[in-house]
Design a protein around this ligand. Structure first.
Ligand code: SAH
Ligand code: SF4
Length: 436
C-alpha cells in the first residue's frame, strides 16, 4: 500500500509555523496518521529481512510498438538513435536540437507538428519513435492545493508523483522505482516487493505529465512568465534512487538541460537511504543537492530502521557525506530524521546526532512519523520533537519540523496502490513469518 505524505510548512523551535526554510518535498509511504487502524508499538527486529530486493529493468524499445520512446533519451543517445533510424550523421546534432526543443521546451507530442522539419523526415521519426508518457490514472487535489497523481507505466504498474505548490515555488516529488530495493522498517514502501526500476523516460515523464496537468508549457508568442509552477524536483518518492543510478542520472540530465525543462541542479534534491558507493558518483555525474535518510544515531538502531546500514554503517556513510559538498560544489546536505516514539527521539540522540555530523554543512529535517496500519512504530509526541529540535538548533543547525501537506488526499491513494501492488502485508507479518 502506498500513500504520499508531503510536508512543507515548517515549525521553528518555538513551535510557530514559519514559511522560511521550507523543506524539500517527498512522498512518504505509509498511510497518513488520520487513517485509523491498529498499530504495534514496539519495534520488530528485522534481522531476517533482506537488505535489498532484486531489480528488473525494462528495455527502451516499447514492446507493443517496436518504436523507441524518445522521452528520457540523453542528447547523445538520441543522436545515436536518429542515426540508426537513417538520419545523416552530419545533420544528427542539429536534428537532436530541433526535436529536443519541440518535446522539452514546447511540450509537443506529435512529430507531424514539428514544422521546422521536412515532412518526410517527420514521417521517418513517426515510424521509428514515440513520444510516450505515463498515463494519469487518477489525480487528487487537496484542499491546500497539493496534487497527487497515480500514474500507469509499461507493464500496467503504478507509481505516484506529488505536486506541492508554495509561495513563490512549486515542488514535484517523483518516484524512481515501483516498490523499493530496500526494506526500511518504518516505511510502508519497504513492505512492498520491488517490481522494477523506472526507465529514464518514466522518471522524466512524471515531470512532463505534471506540467501538462498544470498547463505549464510555454505558449508561442506569449510573454514569458518567469515564475515556474514546477520550480523544484525532489527524488523522494517511491524507491531508492541510487539503486537505479544510471536511469536517474540520465533522467536528471534531461530535466536539467537548459534548452528544455531547464531546472538547475540546485533545484533538484535526491534522497538516499545511504548507498555509499554511489554518493560520490551522484556528486560527479548529477551534481544535485543531496538528502540522506539518517534516522538514527547508533548502528544498532539504524541497522533496524534502515537495514542498508548493515552493509554501510554510520561511519562509512558520514565519510561519504563529508566529501559530497566539495565534489558537487553544493552547500549543505539535508539529514532526514523520522521521529519515532521511544526509538530514536531522546535528548541523548539529539546530542549524538550533532556530534556525529560535526563539520558537515547540514540541515536536519525532523519528520514526524506517519503511521500506517500494522506499522511497528508510533510518532513521537510533539513536545519530544520540539525538545529534540531545540538541541539540534542550539548546536547551530537549522532543524525544521515537517508538517504534512495534502493530508486529506493521501489515504485514498494509498488504497488504490494496495489493490495492485501490495507485496507483503506488514512488518509484524514479516517478523512472524520469519520466526515461524
Ligand atoms: N528511498 C529514498 C527516498 C524515498 S523516501 C530514501 O529512503 O531516502 C523519502 C523520505 O521519507 C525518506 O527520508 C524516508 O526515510 C521517509 N519516510 C519513509 N516512510 C516514512 C514514514 N512512514 N514516516 C515518515 N517518514 C518516512
Ligand atoms: Fe522506504 Fe526509502 Fe527505505 Fe525504500 S529506501 S524502504 S523508499 S525509506
Amino acid at each position: 500500500m502506498l500513500s504520499c505524505h508531503s510536508g512543507v510548512l515548517t515549525h521553528n523551535v518555538t513551535g510557530a509555523p514559519t514559511i522560511a526554510g521550507l523543506l524539500r518535498e517527498r512522498l512518504i509511504y505509509g498511510l497518513a496518521s488520520l487513517m485509523s487502524g491498529p498499530s504495534i508499538n514496539s519495534p520488530v527486529p528485522l534481522m531476517s529481512a533482506p537488505i535489498t530486493q532484486d531489480v528488473l529493468t525494462i528495455p527502451r524499445k516499447l514492446p507493443e510498438t517496436g518504436r523507441t520512446n524518445i522521452v528520457g533519451l540523453t542528447r547523445g543517445q538520441l543522436r545515436e538513435a536518429l542515426i540508426a533510424a537513417g538520419t545523416a550523421e552530419k545533420q544528427a546534432k542539429m536534428r537532436v536540437g530541433q526535436i529536443w526543443q519541440w518535446i522539452y521546451h514546447w511540450g509537443l507530442r506529435d512529430f507531424a507538428q514539428m514544422t521546422n522539419l521536412a515532412k518526410d523526415y517527420r514521417a521517418l521519426l513517426a515510424e521509428h519513435f514515440e513520444i510516450s508518457l505515463p498515463e494519469i490514472v487518477s489525480r487528487q487535489v487537496s484542499a491546500d492545493g497539493t496534487r497527487k497523481y497515480l500514474l500507469r507505466i509499461a507493464g500496467g504498474h503504478e507509481v505516484e508523483a506529488v505536486y506541492i505548490p508554495e509561495e513563490g515555488r512549486g515542488t514535484l516529488c517523483v518516484s524512481s522505482q515501483v516498490g523499493c530495493t530496500l526494506t526500511c522498517s518504518f516505511c510502508h514502501t519497504g513492505t512492498q516487493k520491488l517490481v522494477r526500476n523506472l526507465t529514464p523516460g518514466e522518471i522524466v515523464g512524471q515531470v512532463m505529465v505534471a506540467r501538462d496537468d498544470l498547463g505549464e508549457w510555454p505558449v508561442p508568442g506569449a510573454p514569458r512568465d518567469e515564475t515556474r509552477l514546477i520550480s523544484n524536483v525532489v527524488l523522494m518518492g517511491m524507491g531508492e534512487p541510487l539503486y537505479n543510478f544510471d536511469n536517474v542520472r540520465d533522467a536528471m540530465k534531461v530535466v536539467m538541460d537548459n534548452e528544455g525543462l531547464s531546472l538547475s541542479r540546485r533545484r533538484i534534491t535526491l534522497s538516499t537511504s545511504g548507498v555509499v558507493p554511489e554518493i560520490a558518483r551522484t556528486a560527479e555525474e548529477i551534481g544535485c543537492l543531496l538528502a540522506v535518510s539518517f534516522h538514527a544515531t547508533t548502528d544498532e538502531v539504524r541497522n533496524t530502521l534502515v537495514p542498508i546500514n548493515r552493509r554501510w554503517n554510520i561511519q562509512a556513510l558520514l565519510d561519504a557525506l563529508r566529501e559530497y559538498p566539495r565534489l558537487s560544489n553544493s552547500e549543505r546536505i539535508t539529514f532526514e530524521y523520522v521521529m519515532l516514539d521511544g526509538v530514536n527521539d531522546s535528548d541523548e540522540d539529539a546530542r549524538r546526532l550533532v556530534r556525529l555530523i560535526r563539520g558537515i554543512p547540514a540541515k536536519i529535517n525532523l519528520i514526524p512519523f506517519n503511521e500506517w496500519p500494522g506499522a511497528p512504530y508510533k510518532r513521537s509526541g510533539w513536545d519530544r520533537i520540539q525538545a529534540f529540535a531545540d538541541i539540534v538548533h542550539k548546536a547551530g543547525y537549522a532543524s525544521p519540523i515537517r508538517t504534512p501537506r495534502g493530508e486529506d488526499i493521501m489515504a485514498a491513494c494509498g488504497q488504490l496502490k494496495s489493490a495492485t501492488e501490495r507485496g507483503r502485508k506488514n512488518r509484524a507479518q514479516i517478523a512472524a513469518e520469519a520466526a515461524g
